[in-house]
Structure formats: structure tokens, C-alpha cells
Design a protein around this ligand. Structure first.
Ligand SMILES: NC(=O)c1ccc[n+]([C@@H]2O[C@H](COP(=O)([O-])OP(=O)(O)OC[C@H]3O[C@@H](n4cnc5c(N)ncnc54)[C@H](O)[C@@H]3O)[C@@H](O)[C@H]2O)c1
Ligand SMILES: [Zn+2]
Ligand SMILES: [Zn+2]
Length: 373
């Protein structure tokens, strides 16, 4: 081994967790029960990296997990939106240094399986074929980001260096909600001059609104029934906001667009909003669906031109990987996208249960909370 490599190994050894080291982490115990306690600190195997988390957040999906609506194993560390500093690099990970600040997407594709190599990185088969939702591993099938340290699998494909000019708060929402929301506009193939309606202006829908604007829509209509969120919708790029509690949204969209939207983005996951999206579209329009549905989802024939009105329905799971994160960070760095207005509350990891309570019950105008270990 060259003296240089030996020296590097020594540095790595110094940073690897000493045997028996522990860390604080938010652990899912049972539905309704999340506990912050000591768990073993992870170490890097070949191809992995360990990052020391400097900032993370809570996603609506974590709330579903905590309520027991999306099952994960008891004892799992949850959370999937990591910003941190490289603390350990496993064998084979090159081009990074300990101490590099990195953003890691919520979805961590391996970059080598059939799914990844066919362009469906979110449906990653971990080196093999495809696996539905397989790219979503943090806080789902492996330990997640609401902790002091996180093991990042396939680190070479997933560590995105954060430009010095950007703060952790400027990038933390890119890991999931911005990547997802913007992908709603991309998958919907929004073209310059399009009229786009976005159903629901929660964190995901707000980012879809920003995405529609970035893709060149000439008219963006945000729909919600919450005053704070309608106000934020305008701030994120909506030209018009509609309150579904007081207006007939479908006929209003038809009026505003002269017959129907080119693209309707669904960002809630209900029969009602899915169906309204279809009814808002012009013939040949695109329904881009981001919501996570449960139970049955029906398509009434008349909302669908009986199946022959050239509609496209497309679904998207949050795109991840370091190149996706790099592109999103460039949008922020060059002033095209600013998500910091969505960061409404701040908590330490020790107080994460209070953060869940506030976020899940949408109290105090909360949009997103940031968590510092
Ligand atoms: N596709 C993906 O990769 C992905 C990733 C993360 C989350 N999601 C899903 O995206 C959806 C939205 O997530 P979120 O965190 O933004 O949700 P959220 O619960 O924070 O926000 C939902 C919003 O919908 C509004 N709303 C309720 N009823 C409405 C109606 N009839 N019409 C219009 N608006 C209405 C609420 O006022 C609220 O602002 C969820 O289904 C979530 O599971 C998908
Ligand atoms: Zn999420
Ligand atoms: Zn893969």
C-alpha cells in the first residue's frame, strides 16, 4: 500500500465509530409511539458512507408511519431527508473527503440495477432487477435520517456535495418535497405557455406549483382550503388561488383556462382530487399524480372521455440520486427557487415528538419543521 493510502486509511479509522459507539435517534416503536433513544452508531461497509446529520425534517409520510398507516418494522430509525457532513467513507467510495457537506436524496438508487439503468431510479432493484418503490430505503427498509448519524448505501451515486454558498436550510427540502413536487410538473410535461392546476397546496403541492412555474407555465392555479397555504401558494408562484371550500373549482378552472387545463397535478391522494384533476383537463391533457392513495381509486367514464379523449395519466415517486440533487441545488444557488419560506418551525432531535405533534395536526400555520440533532 502506498504511504498516501496508508495515511488515508488511518484518517478513516480515526473517524469510524469506536466499537460499541451509540447515537441518539428517533425510533419507531409501535403505532403512535416514537422514542428518542440510544441506538448503535452505524459503520460504513463497502460502498457506504456515514454522514453526521446536521439538519433534517419530517415528511407527511413519516406521519403516516407513526400513525401505523404505512407499516415499518419496530425499532427502525425513521426520516428520509438528510443533510450532513461525511464522517466515514466505506471502501470503494471515491472523490469525497471526510468533512464534505452533503445532501442526500430521500430516494437512494443504486445506479446499477435494471430499474436504475432503465431510467426508473426510484424503482431501484438494489443491483438486481426492479423493485416497486425500491429506491425508497431510508426510514422505510433501512435506518433513516432522524438521528445523529446515517448510513448512506450506494454512496457513490447518492452523496451530493453542497456548494459553499448554500446553507443547510436552503437545501434540506430538496431531498424530498421539492424533488417530488417539481417532478410533478416534469412528468406532466408542462410546456412554456401551459395552463396548470395544482390540487392541494401542502408542502408537495407548493413545490409542484413552483415546478410548474419553472417549467414555463403561463398560468398556474393553486387549489387548497387553508388560508395560510393559499397565501403561500401565491408566494411559490401561483397566479390564481382557488379555495375549494367556497368555489366550484372545476368550472372556475375551465373558465380561467378557456376550456380546460393542459396539465393537472394531483398532490393529495384522494378520489375527490384525482377526479377533479381529470374533470379540469382539456382533451389530450395530462394528469400528473403525486398523491399516495389508499383503498380504491375510480375513474368515472365521463370524466375520462370514456377512455378515448387522449388523456395521459402519469405517476411519479420522488426522484433521487446525486445528479438530481445537484440540479436542484443549482436552481437554489442561481436564485430560481427559494424554499426557505416553507421552514416555519425549528426543533432539536430530543424534542422531535413535539415537532411531530405540531406538524401532524397542522397547528400554528406550520408548513415544514427542521430538526437539528
Ligand atoms: N409521489 C411521491 O414521491 C410523494 C412523496 C411525498 C409525499 N407524497 C404524497 O403527496 C401527498 C401530499 O403530501 P403533503 O405532505 O403535501 O400533504 P399535506 O397533508 O401536508 O397537505 C395536504 C393539503 O391538501 C389540502 N386539501 C385537503 N383537501 C383538499 C381538497 N379537497 N382540495 C384541495 N386541497 C385539499 C389541505 O388543506 C393541505 O394543505 C400525500 O398523499 C403524500 O403521501 C408523495
Ligand atoms: Zn417524504
Ligand atoms: Zn438500482
Amino acid at each position: 500500500m502506498s504511504p498516501l493510502l496508508a495515511e488515508k486509511d488511518q484518517i478513516l479509522d480515526q473517524h469510524a465509530a469506536p466499537p460499541g459507539a451509540t447515537m441518539r435517534a428517533a425510533v419507531f416503536v409501535a403505532p403512535g409511539r416514537l422514542e428518542v433513544h440510544d441506538v448503535p452508531r452505524p459503520t460504513a461497509g463497502p460502498g457506504d458512507a456515514i454522514i453526521r446529520i446536521t439538519l433534517t425534517t419530517i415528511c407527511g409520510t413519516d406521519v403516516h408511519i407513526l400513525k401505523g398507516e404505512y407499516p415499518v418494522r419496530s425499532g427502525l430509525v425513521i426520516g428520509h431527508e438528510p443533510v450532513g457532513v461525511i464522517a466515514e467513507l466505506g471502501a470503494g467510495v471515491t472523490g469525497y473527503e471526510l468533512g464534505d457537506r452533503v445532501l442526500v436524496g430521500a430516494i437512494t438508487p443504486c445506479g446499477q440495477c435494471l430499474g436504475c439503468l432503465s431510467g426508473h431510479q426510484s424503482q431501484c432493484g438494489h443491483g438486481m432487477g426492479y423493485e416497486a418503490l425500491g429506491g425508497w430505503r431510508f426510514g422505510n427498509t433501512i435506518d433513516g435520517a432522524q438521528a445523529e448519524y446515517l448510513r448512506v448505501p450506494n454512496a457513490q451515486a447518492n452523496l451530493a456535495k453542497i456548494p459553499d454558498a448554500l446553507t443547510d436550510e436552503q437545501v434540506v427540502l430538496l431531498a424530498d418535497i421539492a424533488s417530488t413536487g417539481i417532478s410533478g410538473a416534469e412528468s406532466g410535461r408542462v410546456r412554456p405557455g401551459d395552463a396548470v392546476v395544482v390540487f392541494a397546496q401542502g408542502p408537495i403541492g407548493l413545490c409542484a406549483t413552483a415546478g410548474a412555474r419553472l417549467m414555463g407555465a403561463s398560468l398556474v392555479i393553486g387549489v387548497d382550503g387553508d388560508d395560510t397555504r393559499l397565501a403561500m401558494s401565491k408566494r411559490m408562484g401561483a397566479d390564481v388561488v382557488l379555495d375549494h371550500r367556497v368555489v366550484d373549482v372545476v368550472s372556475e378552472v375551465k373558465k380561467l383556462t378557456g376550456g380546460g387545463a393542459d396539465v393537472a397535478i394531483e398532490a393529495l391522494g384522494t378520489q375527490d382530487t384525482f377526479e377533479s384533476c381529470l374533470r379540469c383537463l382539456r382533451p389530450g391533457g395530462v394528469l400528473s399524480s403525486l398523491g399516495v392513495y389508499s383503498g380504491k381509486l375510480a375513474i368515472p367514464y365521463e370524466a375520462f372521455g370514456a377512455g378515448i379523449a387522449d388523456y395521459t395519466i402519469v405517476t411519479t415517486l420522488c426522484p433521487g440520486g446525486k445528479e438530481r440533487m445537484r440540479r436542484l441545488m443549482e436552481l437554489v444557488r442561481h436564485g430560481r427557487l427559494d424554499l426557505t419560506p416553507l421552514l416555519t418551525h425549528r426543533f432539536t432531535l430530543e424534542r422531535i415528538n413535539e415537532a411531530y405533534d405540531l406538524f401532524a395536526n397542522r397547528r400554528d400555520g406550520v408548513l415544514k419543521v427542521v430538526i437539528t440533532p
